[in-house]
Design a protein around this ligand. Sequence first.
Ligand SMILES: Cc1ncc(COP(=O)(O)O)c(C=O)c1O
Length: 423
Amino acid sequence: MSWQLSKFGENLCGGSGIGELMDDLGEALAGGGEVKMLGGGQPAHVPEIDAVWRKRLEEIMAEPGGMEKVLGNYDVPAGNEAFRMALAKLFRKEFGWEVTHENFAVTMGGQTAFFFLFNALAGLFKDGSRKKVLLPLLPEYIGYANQSVGADFFEAIPAKIEKTGKHEFKYRVDFDAINPGDEIAAICVSRPTNPSGNVLTDGEIESLREIARKKGIPLIVDNAYGAPFPNVIFSEVTPVWDEGMILTLSLSKIGLPGTRTGIVVASKEVCRQVSSMTSIVGLANANLGQEILRPLVESGEVLRLSKEVVRPFYEDRSRRAREWFARELRDEVPYFIHRSEGALFLWLWFEGLPITTKELYQRLKKRGVLVVPSEYFFFGLPEDLDWKHTHECIRVSYTMDAETVEEGIKVIADEVNKLYREG
Ligand SMILES: Cc1ncc(COP(=O)(O)O)c(C=O)c1O
């Protein structure tokens, strides 16, 4: 049976790049390892971190009424107050920001936070005008692409490409191209950036803040991989926040994606708005992630785990993955790996690739290796823009066990080497 769908239905019921990616990911994880899943954003199972979650669950079970409270109670839609107070204390101490628990709102994952924020800030307005979200550095996170409940609402600026080594490059914000008009409602960047592992410099963030401040619009920084947790950030940069900014965090990449917990740090007013959306859409948030993490935030242990366990784990993974690519790809192949400054993946650019990366994805899938082709990460561009780079990159995740990643990289390199040989 099928009924006619509303505009909302048309936009959200018809599938999306992120939906396909999550299906691929779920099937590969359920399939017992036959598929080398280098595609999704699944964080690694870091044994020391998984042991912490196990211990916390045991503590919750042992505490009188602990389990009953977590499983049996609805919490307030803004998120658990003790959890938000612990977060405020940590952020005050760590970064010196003037925040209280009212500057924090919990959501059902960072993904949900973006759905709320984008649709509340951009789209159709009462006076009939339409506003957009400016993405100042494209490629950007695939998960934003289909979130509009109305017409498309992204306007994106292609990144400037700087080759920084024989096989390395880095994206830079093209400030000459940024001149937001009145139709821009917010500016949004992920830092570290998904897919490239780029980290916008402090200077770039400062300039974006200034542009947003002058326009009187928020700068949204997606901190899903950033400080203070999970801290999968390999370059030394300063986290910043003020009431003109909206910062989002997530418990997913520290190892709790199954608890679906996101955090918005914003003005009290924005946090009240997010809390209102949570109550309308889902009544309340999931309790478990907040309760698992709360004592670790209170004691500061979450900082130690992030700095001493999570970050070194991924930094090592990134280094090894780059070494494997350097070993497997022929030196004559014009490949460039984005400078790995954070997040869970490498972003490879094959200059002049004879086929699109969507085709490359299909060839690799036939050989049991999943990656994400670059086309998905380039949205919000003018339709007539012919930018070859959008078909020349792949995102390769290095979070699966080392053997899987190494074997997957061998297959990717073999296909790519062949393509350049064949021309
Ligand atoms: C940049 C970025 N933002 C947000 C998210 C959403 O994550 P979650 O909803 O699990 O918090 C992800 C997930 O991969 C991401 O990579």
